[in-house]
Design a protein around this ligand. Structure first.
Ligand SMILES: Nc1ncnc2c1ncn2[C@@H]1O[C@H](COP(=O)(O)OP(=O)(O)OP(=O)(O)O)[C@@H](O)[C@H]1O
Length: 293
């Protein structure tokens, strides 16, 4: 680990990962003594698989915590099916019931079709991201979840901070998960792996025999995040510890921002009832523009 200068054996590496994840969870999860439901968004990829494995390892015997793992089936041929299969297998191994919510049942179309029919040739992620987040929130609300856990690792998190800084998007910086405020219609997100570098998550998965899908989304090449992925990787290579420094910067900035940046009032979408600060949510807007196109 270049950022700490340490070399660890398997046992101590596992302990080091688990200790940091437990600390994160302690800080992110507000325990009040009453039972808690945590939805776990698993794509079948390494990060969300490790997230579910660790949450189950930490809370599996805790009668006051119920885990609810689910996958959103976007309808991406040649990609999502193998992710779904891995997610199902992992849940089976852990003795947890796996749930699925799909674009086709909720939006009437698979992502493949949406992309094919889009004459504006928009980046596929700009349809998929809001639609996926919308269904994550929907299924989490349907089973009365207190939190939804995502497999965001340190690299992902540092990229998001930098992207928001570069775009000058102070509102997004202020409302980045982990969420410490509850809004009626939006289930707060927790990120147990946000301090664990991507390569350590991968190593943890391999060392512990956690099944995951290593396929790439066919639309990956067009994602704007890729540029920031490279920038963060280069900065970390030149100066180990950069990713942690960015997270520390954001953690210190967040309380200052939330004092000065007012969180937008969230109402309900006029069409589907999802949380939105506008009359119509981003997904319904997108779907109606597609129908007019
Ligand atoms: N189809 C999906 N169903 C459920 N959760 C998802 C899905 N896609 C993404 N997520 C959640 O959002 C997080 C970030 O998404 P991202 O696109 O980076 O995931 P990924 O690279 O496909 O897989 P992973 O992060 O598990 O390695 C995931 O870790 C997971 O918690």
């Amino acid at each position: 680990m270049r950022y700490t200068g340490s070399n660890l054996c398997k046992i101590h590496f596992n302990q080091f990962v688990e200790k940091r994840v437990k600390k994160e969870i302690r800080e992110q999860l507000k325990r009040t003594g009453r039972p808690i439901v945590i939805s776990v968004a698993i794509s079948g990829g390494k990060d969300s698989s490790v997230t579910l494995y660790l949450l189950n390892k930490i809370f599996g015997k805790d009668a006051k915590i119920k885990l609810f793992p689910f996958t959103v089936d976007e309808g991406i041929s040649g990609y999502r099916d193998s992710g779904l299969a891995r997610a199902r297998e992992l849940c089976n191994d852990l003795g947890l019931e796996h749930h699925v919510i799909s674009f086709s049942d909720n939006y009437g179309k698979r992502l493949d079709e949406i992309v094919r029919e889009d004459i504006r040739n928009t980046i596929p992620c700009s349809h998929c991201g809001p639609m996926r987040r919308n269904l994550m929130n929907k299924i989490s609300r349907l089973n009365f979840s207190d939190y939804v856990a995502l497999g965001i690792n340190l690299d992902d998190y540092a990229q998001s901070i930098l992207m928001n800084v570069v775009k000058g998007d102070i509102k997004r910086l202020a409302r980045m998960a982990p969420h410490d405020f509850v809004r009626e219609t939006l289930v707060p997100r927790i990120l147990p792996l946000r301090k664990i570098p991507e390569n350590e998550v991968m190593l943890y998965a391999v060392l512990n025999g956690i099944k995951f899908d290593s396929g790439w989304c066919p639309f990956y090449g067009r994602a704007q995040r890729n540029r920031f992925r490279q920038i963060i990787a280069d900065l970390e290579e030149e100066t180990p510890g950069t990713r942690h420094a960015l997270v520390k910067f954001h953690d210190e900035l967040k309380p200052i921002l939330s004092d000065s940046v007012k969180h937008e009032e969230l109402g309900k979408c006029f069409i589907c009832g999802s949380p939105t600060s506008n009359k119509i949510c981003a997904v319904c807007n997108d779907l109606s523009e597609m129908n007019y196109a």
